[in-house]
Design a protein around this ligand. Structure first.
Ligand SMILES: NC(=O)c1ccc[n+]([C@@H]2O[C@H](COP(=O)([O-])OP(=O)(O)OC[C@H]3O[C@@H](n4cnc5c(N)ncnc54)[C@H](O)[C@@H]3O)[C@@H](O)[C@H]2O)c1
Length: 338
């Protein structure tokens, strides 16, 4: 006899800003999920929720009106802690947008509250679900590059006016600090950083990080809110060439080291002796946020192997961001707490 389909999970979104509106769009159409509602005291300014009756001014009002099994916290970073504690109190599983919290102390309080209730939880490091980075990592771990020499990331672009509570290190570089650790499959051991404040805001708007993974591979990251064009690139250099993921377009290219020799010495000198073929892979381009929410839904539904970014990994990114800020402030290399 076939089993009846499980009841859909009731999902909510807290915050209908730039990020929350996309979570709401996807959750209203995700199989296995029933949209329970959204919370934003400023209302639904982007028209993200189809049924206006499902927009609530506070979490309390939402929870009075309906049952919620899982929620996405898409609030300004400083609001993650109170929202996560309130959801944990109400027994609601949660996906918390990155960075997990504004500080590692706050992240630890969130982890503790969720752990005590035994709830499912994940962190929204959505780059992990970008097809180009997923394919890069798979190829890297399969040994395509041989020995890895360097992981380098670049995340630069204009300032998004709405972010006021944290600087570029916690807001954006947490993506890179998570990506570097994840693609190379080793924790970050040390960081040495420089920051700059160019636009008169209280927090930094540019950071350069050089560091080393526990596997001894060096890495390098540049992140800013000062560049007029947007770049999101992860480059891994190894024995056999280089893989480059561009996450804005979800492109992955392999630049192979050359195997042929030539006697055309002047051209060789200009191009470098080991330039070989370049291959841009054809990738299935699923929307990363949808893949992330599918994984979270599966986790809440009871799949312990759902490929979510864990709270411990979210905490590691925040701790590494703090080490970056400490390094920049003190002008020295900082060991990252394990
Ligand atoms: N994963 C990513 O790539 C990515 C991208 C952008 C932002 N983010 C993260 O998403 C979060 C939200 O960022 P954003 O850019 O959407 O911000 P935003 O300012 O555009 O939106 C935040 C929304 O939350 C609402 N809000 C504030 N306090 C609230 C409360 N207590 N309850 C309910 N709603 C409240 C505001 O009215 C606003 O509409 C941040 O943590 C940010 O770091 C992640």
């Amino acid at each position: 006899m076939t089993q009846p389909a499980p009841a859909p999970l009731r999902a909510a979104v807290l915050g209908l800003g730039m990020m929350g509106r996309h979570h709401a769009r996807i959750l209203q159409a995700l199989p296995g999920v029933a949209f329970a509602g959204a919370v934003d005291p400023a209302g639904d300014r982007h028209g993200a929720v189809r049924d206006a009756e499902l927009v609530f001014p506070s979490l309390e009002r939402l929870l009075e009106a309906t049952r919620v099994d899982m929620a996405v916290i898409a609030l300004p970073t400083e609001e993650h802690l109170p929202a996560a504690l309130a959801l944990a109190d109400a027994g609601v599983s949660m996906l918390i947008e990155k960075p997990l919290a504004a500080s590692s102390a706050e992240a630890e309080r969130i982890i503790d509250a969720i752990g005590r209730r035994g709830l499912a939880a994940a962190v929204g490091h959505v780059e992990r679900f970008n097809p180009s980075l997923m394919a890069l990592r798979e190829r890297l771990l399969a040994g395509q590059l041989g020995d890895v020499f360097l992981v380098a990331t670049e995340r630069v672009g204009p300032f998004p006016e709405r972010i006021r509570d944290v600087g570029v290190v916690k807001d954006l570089a947490t993506h890179d600090l998570d990506i570097v650790r994840w693609v190379a499959d080793a924790p970050i051991a040390t960081v040495s950083a420089q920051t700059a404040h160019r636009t008169g805001r209280p927090h930094e708007d540019l950071v350069l990080v050089t560091g080393r993974l526990a596997s001894d591979v060096p890495f390098n990251t540049i992140v800013d809110w000062l560049t007029p064009t947007k770049t999101r690139r992860t480059r891994v250099l190894g024995d056999r060439g280089m893989l480059v993921a561009e996450t804005v377009t979800a492109d992955l290219t392999f630049y192979e080291n050359g195997r042929v020799t030539s006697d055309w010495t002047s051209a060789q000198a200009l191009r470098g002796v080991s330039e070989g073929d370049a291959t841009r892979y054809a990738l299935a381009r699923s929307e990363p946020l949808r893949t992330e929410l599918e994984a979270f839904r599966d986790l809440v539904a009871g799949d312990p192997d759902a490929p979510v970014v864990t709270l411990a990994q979210g905490l590691a990114a925040v701790r590494t961001a703090e080490a970056v800020l400490e390094s920049a402030a003190g002008g020295r290399t900082v060991q990252v707490a394990p």
